[in-house]
Design a protein around this ligand. Structure first.
Ligand code: CTP
Length: 409
């Protein structure tokens, strides 16, 4: 886990209630802290029967709060614990929230530090219920959920699966990555791309050969997914056209699964006019089998020759559509090159009518396909170039999103 710029220095108050899922909150505190957030944990009395306050204190590096009648947690000028905690918080998340604390929230009860902090907090409030058995389906719980949502509380829906009791159903606390995604979505609101929608393509297209085989390439989709996450962090709405199901989609992205270059072309052209920017991070096949065999191709001759035909170039098609409609405002392409990087990349930028091109040397082992790091050059149509030294794909994505935000400003 690395630093997440969006979370750096953010003050997050995490309420933890008495559920077996409280142990998952410990992992969340760890990840948030590593990402750069300042996490103040408030535990209910019941939560302390499941996890020790020391666990959260060690992971957050900050005192853990539970006593309503304790002295101030140290904020200058304030002397009431719940006011100090609520004051200046960027976000209050209660994860897990139990049916009991939810009921208190719905009714405005103020009998412990967490309930009072929730009443006093002016920041966004997110709740992630965790309830065993059929509790989550109980009409009283549903009514309380509806009530608090109508007041602006945001619900992180529990997942369906196996409970600690051995029963299965809806009520499991989502994994840390999902909780983190919801936090990012909330904190990203009002960012540089707020109110904008981006279409991002990701992954390697697959061109069917027969019912069991396809032609594809080594792209993992990681850079495209990182760009989608960076766009969400900047407050954008994201339509992610993806060929892969091997990566978890970023929370908040609208995922549209596509497989072939042709399916991707149709989807890009259909949605392009409704977005501010298109980012073509996908590795699109240039050729596909001329025929898709209806039955599995059987092993027979010593050699097999497959006739291939060209696919349509999506960016060229988009360029033609954009010439008529003027939309989208910004188009970003990639160039995967194994030689003459700059020369080939410049050619692509011009030929495809791009505003920005991300040039990738795919021969380096630590950059490009499948790995988590990348080293790119951002070329713009004005002739400028920005070298981004070896860094995480997330950091490369943040640079690309920053450039898009500037182009859209
Ligand atoms: N691309 C596209 N449609 C295709 C092939 C590629 O829109 N049929 C897009 C890619 O998503 C990428 C850019 O074009 O943003 C450049 O892709 P790349 O594979 O580097 O180049 P090609 O145009 O395919 O040219 P070449 O294979 O000759 O390098």
């Amino acid at each position: 886990m690395t630093a997440i710029p969006l979370l750096n220095g953010k003050r997050i108050v995490l309420g933890v209630c008495g559920s077996i899922a409280a142990y998952k909150a410990a992992d969340l505190v760890s990840k948030l802290t590593q990402a750069g957030a300042l996490v103040d944990v408030i535990m209910t009395a019941a939560a302390q029967r499941f996890v020790s306050p020391l666990t959260f204190q060690a992971l957050s590096g900050r005192p853990v709060h539970s006593e309503l009648w304790a002295a101030s947690p140290g904020a200058a000028g304030s002397h009431i614990a719940h006011i100090a905690l609520a004051e200046g918080a960027d976000l209050l998340l209660i994860a897990p929230i139990t049916a009991h604390t939810l009921a208190k929230l719905a009714q405005g009860f103020a009998d412990d530090l967490l309930a009072i902090t929730a009443l006093a907090a002016a920041c966004p409030l997110l709740i992630a219920p965790a309830m065993d058995g059929g509790m989550y389906q109980n009409p009283a719980v549903k009514a309380n959920l509806n009530l608090v949502q109508r007041r602006g509380v945001q619900l992180i829906k529990p997942e369906i699966g196996r409970f600690a009791s051995g029963l299965t159903g809806e009520g499991r606390l989502p994994e840390t990555a999902t909780l983190l995604g919801h936090i990012r979505r909330q904190l990203g609101k009002g960012g540089a791309l707020a109110g904008r929608k981006l279409l991002i393509t990701a992954g390697a297209t697959r061109e069917s050969l027969d019912p069991v085989r396809y032609l594809s390439n080594r792209s993992s989709g990681k850079q495209g997914y990182a760009i989608a996450q960076a766009a969400l962090d900047a407050g954008a709405d994201v339509l992610l056209l993806s060929t892969t199901n091997a990566l978890p989609p970023p929370v908040g992205a609208q995922l549209l699964a596509v497989e072939s270059a042709e399916a991707m072309r149709l989807a890009v052209l259909r949605h392009a006019a409704a977005v501010s920017a298109v980012v073509m991070a996908a590795a699109v096949a240039d050729y596909r089998p001329r025929h898709i065999a209806r039955q599995k191709i059987k092993k027979a001759a010593e050699q097999l020759t497959l006739p291939l035909e060209r696919t349509a170039d999506i960016l060229l098609a988009l360029q033609a559509q954009r010439a008529e409609s003027g939309k989208p405002k910004v188009v970003v392409g990639f160039a995967a090159e194994s030689e003459h990087l700059l020369e080939n990349a410049r050619g692509k930028l011009q030929r495809k009518g791009l505003d920005l091109l991300v040039a990738n040397d795919i021969t380096a082992a630590d950059a490009g396909f499948a790995v988590d790091t990348n080293r790119v050059i951002l070329l713009d149509k004005g002739g400028g170039s920005q070298h981004i030294a070896l860094t995480s794909k997330a950091a490369v994505a943040a640079h690309i999103i920053e450039r898009i935000a500037r182009l859209l400003a």
